[in-house]
Design a protein around this ligand. Structure first.
Ligand code: ADP
Ligand code: ZN
Ligand code: ZN
Length: 744
């Protein structure tokens, strides 16, 4: 007798366990782990859907009382068994119900109606066809469409239905008549949508890897051939040829009959990137992106499962492509915060990729010019292999980068958003007819308070992150809830130039236009890119040199190549430096490095001007010097001192409710539970979330820190149990976020 453990397909905490059913005899030979099934559930034996997560010959209790499975659910997608194991790991590692985790690894649950292609096949031989044709046209008032279809079949015995009804303009009733007469048969063939179907690739330019690239590929391949599978960090400066290295590694894995996944941040998933993979690997490549319909996504997963494709390129969700023998996962720009999911389970694609790779015997390549603290730390401790590319392929010089002290500008009486040095360089570029970009760093506009005379920023004395000004007029710490009244004088230098930092792209545009009336200016921000193509239109116009200056937010620094740009001005580096989370120094270093990379991409040398109130801050100094390793050393020191990841781990708990009393009550309950049962663990809160009330939902948060991730997992499990069985506040819900990526 065979029994199946089944997960019920409802995301409800009370049902978050397996239920055992008997496998009926007729299903014994076909049922598999991962199969979708229909089962009678509860007292009324209502039909419910679920997934088999385990098969066993050992019943859990009295076999006579175990109900049988009703049937296999034929129109749902089965889950690969190792993806079930992965979902289980995500559930326990990040916090979720099993069902939520399963839905993440199978994003497309329902089979989309398959797109079929119908084809007409001629069933007559040549003579029969000729006879029918002669007979038809000998009649005086015969059907012209019939004549046309017969003529078409004489030329070509197999014709797609679409061509007949479309190009030939023949009604389907006539086709059905032909079928009834047994002149033709109609066959359906499954038409898998191919998102790259319309691409016509130009021929690929062969490249010979340089020495550093060669070493990276060879050491990976040597390990691989010896059966060593592990994660590697490919730390390579911008333009060092990482993508070429990825492609060689993929070729190596493909030659062993295995498959590869390439993750790319959605914003970088451009036509050009996809083309490079398509040119190299042709039909073996498919893509996923957020604009695809569920049907298209489903088809790509089917093609992967059937072995029609070997490489999937896509954003975070492409990680769950059900390849039968996955051999390699590549994560490009691995430091990007978008690799962390904002839905439960709040998984990080990097950690999840490493775990999936362990389950399938694959390796992982994490590529970046500015690696996450996590990855570089692991590469240093030897947990990850380290592969380095230190040289730009074309040996182009880095732009010349200078830091301007905005406090000095104020002292000299310059209160415009542009420093005198930046004005001077802008005038020079306008006169030479070269292009400039002005980047307004808006990340962290949450309302930090700083002194424009000395650069002092108001910070939490406990957490060492910036305080934010709230509507109540007080300064708040979003980590621990510390509050203090707003100040009207700088506590450090006594200046009255202390306050919130306000600057918008529109204001900057007005100021620049006033200074340079003849300049042609484009602005790119959330307002000017509202339309569907707004974003691309602005970039195209700037690339076509329809403007001299492009002003914009983060959108303008990500990966666009404008060879005529020779000046990049960063207007306020402090913004992201003062974002109210512990990763603000890291984000600032990334942004400044990327921004610097925008100037001097072409033949002409470039200049970068970084304006800041904190010219001595290590994120600014090391970015200006293009010195990642020095940045890493300094930043790790801070993380270490404050017990922030990667030196320790953090667990953030959000409690939400429509009732403020419920949210506050439950948050306090959970905090009390942790303080009583885990007194050795650092706990802050509960307190109001950064934005206390959104859409009528009240939110309270608390967070914990501990060196041991597993301790935090234990606390999460205990709190889930407590919440389910003992909480007095039933109208509040909780979710968990491990090692959060942004301020909260
Ligand atoms: P990264 O991803 O590190 O920024 P890319 O892989 O995009 O760098 O490479 C930058 C450019 O250099 C691309 O146009 C690429 O085709 C080219 N390139 C890379 N490696 C070589 C090589 N060995 N020889 C010549 N050109 C190369
Ligand atoms: Zn001051
Ligand atoms: Zn604090």
């Amino acid at each position: 007798m065979l029994y199946a453990d089944i997960i019920i397909d409802i995301s409800h905490e009370q049902l978050d366990r397996t239920f055992q059913y008997r496998v009926p005899e007729e299903l014994e030979s076909v049922i598999k782990v991962g199969a979708p099934v229909v089962i009678p559930f509860g007292q009324g034996n209502r039909a419910r859907e679920g997934y088999v997560v385990n098969l066993t010959t050992e019943p859990n209790w009295d076999p006579a009382k175990i109900k049988p499975i009703a049937r296999l659910k034929s129109d749902a997608v089965p889950i690969e068994s190792h993806l079930i194991a992965l979902a289980y790991w995500m559930k326990s590692h990040y916090g979720a119900t099993m069902n939520q985790a399963l839905r993440t690894v199978i994003p497309i649950k329902q089979k989309a109606a398959p797109k079929e292609k119908k084809v007409l096949h001629l069933s007559l031989d040549e003579k029969q066809l000729q006879d029918i044709y002669t007979d038809l046209i000998s009649r005086k008032r015969h059907s012209i469409p019939k004549q046309r279809l017969l003529e078409a079949l004489m030329e070509q015995p197999d014709i797609p239905w679409d061509v007949v009804t479309g190009k030939l303009g023949i009604a389907s009733t006539i086709i059905r008549d032909f079928e009834k007469n047994a002149w033709i048969t109609i066959e359906s063939v499954r038409d898998y949508r191919n998102p790259l179907g319309t691409i016509h690739a130009s021929k690929r330019v062969e490249v010979n890897l340089n020495e550093e690239q060669e070493i990276a590929v060879e050491s990976f391949a040597a390990d691989y051939d010896m059966g060593i599978r592990k994660p590697y960090l490919l730390y390579g400066v911008t333009g060092s040829g990482k993508t070429e290295v990825y492609m060689e590694m993929i070729a190596h894995v493909l030659s062993q009959g295995r498959q590869a996944i390439v993750l790319i941040p959605e914003i970088a998933l451009t036509y050009q990137t996809v083309m490079r993979f398509y040119q190299r690997f042709g039909e073996a490549v498919s893509i996923l992106n957020s604009r695809m319909s569920p049907g298209e996504r489903y088809d790509q997963f089917e093609r992967a499962k059937k072995g029609d494709i070997q490489i999937m390129v896509g954003p975070r969700s492409a990680l769950f492509t059900p390849f039968p023998d996955l051999g390699l996962i590549i994560i490009d720009e691995e430091h990007e915060p978008t690799y962390k999911s904002e839905q439960v389970p709040r998984y990080h694609a990097r950690e999840t990729a490493v775990h999936r790779a362990e389950l399938t015997g694959a390796s992982v390549i994490l590529g970046s010019a500015t690696p996450s603290l996590e990855s570089f730390h692991r590469a240093q401790t030897g947990e990850y292999g380290l592969l380095k590319l230190t040289k730009r392929v074309e040996e182009r010089a880095l732009p010349q980068c200078e830091i301007v002290d905005l406090r000095e500008e104020l002292r000299e009486g310059n209160r415009s958003p542009l420093s005198r040095r930046l004005q001077e360089l802008l005038a020079d570029r306008l006169q030479k007819g070269e292009q400039s970009m002005l980047f307004l760093n808006r990340r962290g506009m949450m309302g930090f308070v700083s002194c424009r005379a000395c650069g002092e920023v108001m910070k939490c004395p406990h957490c060492d992150v910036s305080l934010s000004i709230h509507r109540d007029g007080k300064l708040h710490c979003h980590y621990c809830g510390y509050t203090t009244p707003m100040v009207d004088k700088c506590p450090s230098c006594g200046s009255k130039y202390i306050g919130g930092f306000k600057a918008g792209t529109q204001k900057i545009e007005e100021a620049v236009q006033k200074m340079f009336p003849e300049a042609r200016i484009l602005r790119m921000d959330a307002d000017t890119t509202k339309g569907k193509t707004g974003h691309q239109d602005i970039l195209n116009a700037f690339a076509n040199e329809e403007a001299d200056i492009l002003i914009g937010t983060q959108m303008i620094v990500k990966g666009h190549d404008f060879p005529k740009v020779t000046l990049m001005g960063v207007l306020a580096a402090d913004m992201s430096l003062n974002a109210n989370d512990f990763r603000s120094g890291e984000r600032t270093f990334d942004l400044l490095t990327q921004a610097s990379g925008r100037a001097g991409r072409g033949e002409l040398p470039g200049n970068v001007v970084i304006q800041t109130y904190q010219p001595e801050h290590y994120s600014v100094v090391t970015a200006a010097n293009a010195d990642y390793e020095e940045f890493f050393k300094q930043e790790l020191g801070y993380r270490n001192m404050m017990d922030y990841p990667p030196c320790a781990h953090m667990l953030l708990i959000s409690v939400t409710s429509l009732s403020d009393t419920e949210a506050a009550g439950k948050a306090q309950e959970l905090a009390d539970y942790v303080r009583t049962n885990y007194p050795q663990v650092f706990l802050a809160g509960p307190h109001d979330a950064g934005i206390k009330k959104v859409n009528d939902v009240y939110r309270r948060i608390l967070y914990m820190k501990d060196a041991d991730y597993e301790v935090l997992v234990q606390i999460k499990d205990a709190l889930e149990g407590y919440n389910r069985d003992h909480s007095r506040y039933k109208k509040a819900s909780i979710w968990f976020d491990f090692d959060p990526m942004s301020g909260f």
